[in-house]
Ligand binder design. Sequence first.
Ligand code: PZK
Length: 296
Amino acid sequence: MTTPDAQAPVAIPGFTHVYSGKVRDLYAPDGRDDQLLLVASDRISAFDFVLDPPIPDKGEVLTRLSLWWFDQLADLVPHHVVSTDVPDVVVGRAVLVRRLEMVPVECVARAHLTGGGLREYVADGTVSGLALPAGLRDGDRFAAPLFTPSTKAPMGEHDEPMTYEAVEAEVGPELAARLRDLTTRILARGNEIAGERGILIADTKVEFGLDVDGTVVLADEVLTPDSSRFWPADQWEPGHPQPSFDKEFVREWLLSAESGWDKASGEAPPPLPADVVERTRAKYVEAYERLTGQTF
Ligand code: PZK
């Protein structure tokens, strides 16, 4: 007998489940092919594992944050949201969206040097093939956000960095230039706003689609802690890895002796203790409230 999955996608009347990522689920409305229902679960991932238990309200916090950002970005780019009038079982954590032809490139922008960008810089002195000055440290800010696209790998595999020329070859030079311009502007705008509220957005991944007349539309979720690295501005100190705004307690506990987990074992991590779950929930709510100025 197998253990029932407490975090499996729910049945939604009038919709058919079509796909699940680590933390989100996608449904199609029965009888129409021009829309999708995007559901943010309370699942959380760390070190490439989906953890147990879920973080209460995470899906709703991230959905509301993403909706708020779409509005902040509306003068830069149209977005895919049609309605938040969704079935009761997913109310608050789902949006009905326009079904688009998705652009087959992960559009990443980096405002700070860290993660995969840092690894390339240390190896080659470049980020996404662009030569950078010597002596940059983990966490340093670039003069302007860099476009560092990657391939869309199937789930379970890792996205691979793509050069800008590879994006041009994939989608054509005109669309490639539009994706670069939009992705870097979205992060620049995000940081203008977040900076005033004590949060740095080190990098972000956005997805675009094309509507029926070829207009580039911002899809998926935008500028959430799941799609971006949020750092507390008051603790920013280049030269070492920065504390993660949302998953700091999760990662710290998993790597501590207390969890009994060995990251190198390949085994699934143990269930998170209640206080780690509660403190993590509080960080998502804090990010939402600081950014939007609204009470969750
Ligand atoms: C689409 N994803 C990723 C997101 C998942 C998977 N507006 C759209 N039109 C067509 N396709 C997509 C979107 C959007 N957004 C997004 N895959 C397809 C994804 C959430 C949950 F399981």
